[in-house]
Write a protein that binds this ligand. Sequence first.
Ligand code: F6R
Length: 617
Amino acid sequence: MCGIVGYIGKRQASPILLDGLRRLEYRGYDSAGLALWSDGGINVFRKAGRIENLRKAVNEISPFGDLGISHTRWATHGAPTDENAHPHLDQSGKLALVHNGVIENYQILKDQLKQDGHEFHSETDTEVLAHLAGTFYDASDEADLKTRLVKSVQEALSRVKGTFGVAVMHADVPGVIVGARLGSPLVVGLGKDEQFLASDVAAIVAHTRDVIYLNDYDLVTLTRQGYEVASLDSQRTARVQVSKVDFTEDDAEKGAFEHFMLKEIYEQPQSIRNALRGRLNRDECTAVLGGLNMSPMELRQIDRIIFSGCGTAYHAAMVGEYLIESLARIPTEIEFASEFRYRNVPTDKNTLQFVVSQSGETIDTLAALREAKRKGLRCLGIVNNVASTIARESDGGVYIHAGPEIGVAATKTFTSQVAIMTLLSMLFGRIHHLSSTDGLEMIDELEAIPEKIESILKQAPLIKSIAEKYAHAEGMLFMGRQINYPVAMEGALKMKEISYIYASGHPSAELKHGIIALVKPELPSVFIAPDDAVYDKNVSNIEEVRARKGPVIAVTTEGTHDIERITDDVIYVPRCKSILSPLLTVIPLQLLSYYVALARGCDVDKPRNLAKSVTVE
Ligand code: F6R
């Protein structure tokens, strides 16, 4: 969603700020802006639409400034217009502020400020915060201007309800940027005589890999020479830890690929190897997941597991449910994080909760984690983004180590999450019912998966031609059974989000209970029908669709040629243990949605209305 980049140092700030915003584009936005400090004044630029519009506006003037803050906005309060884009100024026009999050009590504050004579120029909640901070600044008699700015930001934030990541600068306070966070990520980048502030480390990794991930209630004051972190909450002391970013600028670039999504689809053999590395124990025929922070005794006591997540992470959790119940026989439930947080799910001391999130910042998943902890549950994270809020607030967990995922549509993180679910099911399985022979077979089969994915990727030209054939379909149905039902859901989600074709995923047998009414020549069905225990059942469902002249694309196992007789197009995946098939069957669906979107001329990496990390409810 919204993005923040701040810079203070010796260099021209605007190229750094614009480049940082470009690197945050993937998070989703609809307007952008920046404020630069120069010669005792602040130049503000704000443009609706792409960052390119902002770049042009800035380059027309080419202002010098070695301090600045910038923002990409994903509209919540007010349409995506120039006026509503950040930064916003206070009443004096001297204090500039950018903000991620939502100020829930902004209307009350705005009404009060209006009564005091303030004039507003936007419909945003953020402008209210800028005016409020400016009011405290102007009213203060503090002689030290840096302290005065810090205190005014502190005062303003203590009056607001909601969530925020903010960056603030003031025309009269040269050489200072103030940042603070509550519920919206913010990271400080440390350089030599220069400092950075960003909502996502990807924005600044080209300049520094030494960073401080701020915690909720942290307030940071940046100067050229360094930083100070204080707490907005008098009850708690700010804890500062300098970390090293574990990826480079190149990892967050497209390289030779046309889109990030395609690059990330092709990275899957490697990202799965990374998820498995060091976590398979052949001697014990099991998985090793030290980050769970649980003793064998504690693990053995778990008699119920709950997974929560959103979107693709939820689909990976659905696969996890099948895996754990099959291999470990532990009753497992999946809950949409957004539902879990408002439900009163019965739990007891032997229930273990996992929250699954690529970004580690999804607000609903974070809220599910907090709700679980409030109820005394042990809550672990399955997270990609190291040092994200979910990673830090959970009681332990497993990093999926997929590397930065920039394409808005999640691809490699789905397979990495499923790989981790598989490890969990092996770990729990081996302390319950799974034999050493079966454990060892799982290890062998898992280790063979990356190579099998490589062979599927080689079929991209075939999948592209199938995609082009159906690119203008009215809609698409995705059908799967058992462990491939979540894959059908995931295939439909990918298709919807990047090609804007309406698609839905269903258990194949549900067809007869209503969905079949939709079947017609203009609506293709994609069946995920590997050669497993329910293959024949899937074949019967395919026949039902064929009988009603619905085109069928099948994803099935190599060697299952009889399916060609009843389908229009077939994509083969290598044979593997049935329970691992989602790791293979999802790959053609990712490629199918990618090539359909391409054929329809859609912006694959930045689909409309979507944001990579959903930090509002
Ligand atoms: C789909 C997609 C979203 C995310 C969802 C959760 O391609 O990307 O559905 O999966 O917003 O995001 P994380 O995993 O960051 O919590």
